[in-house]
Design a protein around this ligand. Sequence first.
Ligand SMILES: *[C@@H]1O[C@H](CO)[C@@H](O)[C@H](O)[C@H]1NC(C)=O
Ligand SMILES: *[C@@H]1O[C@H](CO)[C@@H](O)[C@H](O)[C@H]1NC(C)=O
Length: 376
Amino acid sequence: MRAGICVLLVLGVSAGDVQRVALKKHNLSFREYVSAIHGQAQELNSKYLGSTGNVVIHDYQNAQYYGELTVGTPGQTERVIYDTGSSNLWVPNHSPFLAFKNTYKHSKSSTYVKNGTVFKIQYGSGPVSGVYSEDTMNIAGIDATKFTFAEVDKTSGLGLGYRLGKFDGICGMGWDTISVGGVKTPFHALIDTGKLPKPEFAFYMGNNADGELVIGGTDEAHYTGSFVHVPLKRLGYWEVALDGVTLDGAKVSSCPTAIVDSGTSLLAGPKADVEAIAKKLGATSILGKEYVVDCNKQYSMTFTLGGNDFPLSAADLILTQAAGQCILGLLGMDIPAPAGPLWILGDVFMRKYYVKFDWGQKRIGVAAAKSAAIVV
Ligand SMILES: *[C@@H]1O[C@H](CO)[C@@H](O)[C@H](O)[C@H]1NC(C)=O
Ligand SMILES: *[C@@H]1O[C@H](CO)[C@@H](O)[C@H](O)[C@H]1NC(C)=O
């Protein structure tokens, strides 16, 4: 099993420019996808069904996008998943046996300041815990000093997905309101440096091609047309009003809310809606969670946001295929109030649509992604 299959490279640019980050995407096999969807289902359960205030640590068996940042002085490199569905920076100070994680050693940093407050998350099979610490964090060349993050020594609760995954930690890109411990979020800290051209970031998720994350702006090379802007409903996740969901023009959901989550690979919606969609498509559930559909079937699923339609074709919704059977990137999951019900628009959506996360104006911008080769 391969895990953590996307590579993010931080490229040096001069201060005041947008910070470009390259993303590499590789393919999973059919079997890997089946196991990945099972992992994803568990991950989403922990992420959105956990008790309030719990962080959001993913199992990450699935295709994920990760990149580097450094913590400490001199900088200690960590590979993190940039996750718009959570809000804390978390890095390991201890590597599980044979997991080969890049660990943060505060004794080797001249800018480390002890905090020591316990950071603890209950996850899947067990806890993930450590303490908060304060140090310099550097993302894409920008130093945020005196930044409070978690250094974690117990990761058993993350399971095999973490041990096999290529990432070390998680960099939450959500809002302060869902930050565990109420600490300032990494992106908020970057804004406070005054070095970002604009208080926003944008993802281009490469589809069997390189991709890019921009910090402090957007990259016109990776989208066409103009952004449809949708105001945030709540500052927590990147949460917006969902005007509607249709399958071949017929309404298939009345769920009023969607979140855009770069840390989730799939689309996830209310169970009853997803079951009805699967039934209409003649899709079968092979192991209880993932849906398999005839690869020759053509259909279009449309999410309406900000009064504009964002369609996804069969090709966009398919994760992989084997012997004429295609796995749908769609998962049913009921998220209870107050967070839910909601649709989670993960990488399946973000590969087709370039999403700007506009912190300054409390909105997202969605445009058609352009499958252009990245200029490095
Ligand atoms: C991944 O799969 C796509 C579609 O099946 C194919 O076009 C592409 O070449 C594959 N990429 C790699 C690196 O194998
Ligand atoms: C630890 O960090 C939190 C959040 O910044 C802060 O409220 C708390 O006072 C700090 N504790 C210590 C002992 O520095």
